[in-house]
Design a protein around this ligand. Structure first.
Ligand code: DLL
Length: 431
């Protein structure tokens, strides 16, 4: 099922975006002191928006602005209009607070319904929702979308793996929604319990909230015998339901009638050419309670405006997330994203999709240690097998990333499992 907006001609989409942008700039200017000040400083008035190109004249918003205006300084409506509040867990300082009006919840329901439909879901599906419910946006976002689509939703939340497996079977759930790392963890647990995950009733997985590669996708699809699709979103913009892959798996359709994307150079914030990588920056065209102008997500992607051969949707497609500006490790001057290492590992026979990167500094020199779980048989085989594999991992990382790393092969289940977002990097350098 598609929504009529999904297949809008580009011209009509841009006309709608412009209309919404004009209204948005007026609303934030009148209601959010932070934006009024930023626009005044630029000598820019809401009536100056005459084309989408004027977007470039608007200020960039980043996470710091949200933190500094904690808790409600960025809200554009009084609390009487606010229907729901969520929080994005930060590791330092104040968390980021996001507010939704009643209409924002309707928009969220719509974009999440479009998201589930884009993955191939219908009202006949039974959605097992294993994203965390609570302040995290994953649980309720998927929940609202499933309801709006007319599907049945089982509000599992994350964790309780045995119960997840039991209810999947007893209820005949057809869609699973959770982080990709939790999908792998559940497969492992199923096998331990003597359940063959490949016989599961799940036909589609809608996985996101953390980076994962196509190699990881293959592992999940093989384990669960389902179609694994990628869902992207972030609390500040709305939660899950910003962009979603269709079964063609050729980029994530971003719902650009609500979320206006720009891909910018992370240093200059100038636009990069179509197809080039940059920071995904989003203007929330329709949000009422906490609208944002040009929010720099920190996520690195490229974009294409070509209609999708797979599903016919015209909504632009972003690539899978290639990394984050703040996740980029600089090791001895070389820029490395954890996802690049994951891609290398996933090509190596015997390496498992459970890994962690440990960065230290010894004698003023950065050291990268790659811990990766390998098949059980390597530990029962002669030691030679382990040595050869270790060398292979080291060489492949060297060849692909021009980076020398120490490799530590560890036994299955050594690396900590996660029911939500996996922790891939341990940076012990005190920078
Ligand atoms: O993770 C919202 C969400 C819930 C998305 C469920 C998808 C499914 P936050 O906790 O605010 O919100 O984290 C947002 O997570 O900026 C990305 O860096 C990362 N992220 C989200 N989806 C993906 C994805 C939710 N599909 C941050 N691939 C974002 C890679 C992702 N990274």
């Amino acid at each position: 099922m598609t929504w009529k907006q999904d297949t809008m001609e580009r011209e009509a989409l841009e006309a709608l975006q412009l209309k919404r942008l004009k209204d948005l700039v007026k609303r934030v200017y009148e209601n959010v002191p932070f934006y009024q000040k930023a626009l005044d400083e630029r000598g820019f008035k809401p009536s100056d928006v005459t084309s989408l190109d004027d977007l470039r004249k608007l200020p960039i918003t980043n996470k710091d602005a949200l933190r500094q205006n904690y808790p409600f300084g960025m809200f554009a409506t009084p609390m009487s209009e606010v229907a729901e509040i969520h929080v994005s867990s930060g590791t330092t300082g104040n968390p980021t607070v996001v507010g939704y009006s009643r209409n924002d919840i309707d928009v969220w329901s719509e974009v999440m319904a479009r998201t589930i439909a884009c993955a191939g879901g219908t009202r006949d599906d039974v959605v097992q929702n294993a994203y965390g419910y609570g302040l995290f946006t994953g649980g309720l976002g998927v929940h609202y979308g499933a309801l709006a689509l007319g599907a049945a939703v089982i509000p599992m939340s994350s964790g309780g793996t045995k119960r997840q497996l039991k209810l999947m079977k007893d209820f005949g759930a057809t869609i699973i929604t959770c982080t990709p790392s939790y999908a792998l963890y559940m497969a492992e647990t199923a096998r331990e319990l003597g359940i063959d995950p490949a016989e599961s009733s799940w036909r589609i997985g809608i996985f996101g909230a953390e980076p994962w590669t196509d190699g990881m996708r293959r592992e999940i699809e093989k384990a669960w015998n389902l179609l694994a699709t990628d869902v992207y979103g972030l609390s500040e913009i709305i939660g899950p339901g910003v962009a979603q892959e269709c079964p063609a798996k050729d980029g994530l359709h971003i719902w650009a009638d609500h979320f206006l994307p720009e891909i910018l150079d992370p240093d200059t914030y100038e636009p990069v050419a179509e197809g080039e990588s940059g920071v995904l920056t989003i203007t929330t065209l329709t949000k009422e309670a906490m609208p944002l102008l040009r929010y720099a997500t920190g996520d690195i992607v490229s974009i294409t405006y070509a209609p999708c051969d797979g599903c016919g949707r015209t909504m632009p497609r972003i690539s899978k997330i290639k990394g984050r500006t703040d996740d980029m490790l600089i090791i001895r001057g070389i820029n490395v994203f954890p996802s690049q290492i994951e891609s290398v590992l996933m090509e190596i026979e015997g390496a498992q999709p459970h890994y962690q990167l440990v960065v230290t500094r010894e004698h003023n020199l950065d050291q990268l240690e790659v811990w990766v779980e390998v098949d059980e048989r390597f530990f029962t085989d002669e030691i030679r097998g382990l040595e050869l594999l270790e060398r292979k991992v080291r060489e492949e990382i060297q060849n692909t990333l021009r980076l020398s790393a120490r490799v530590k092969l560890v036994e299955p289940k050594t690396i900590q499992r996660s029911e939500g977002k996996a922790k891939r990097v341990i940076d012990r350098r005190e920078l």
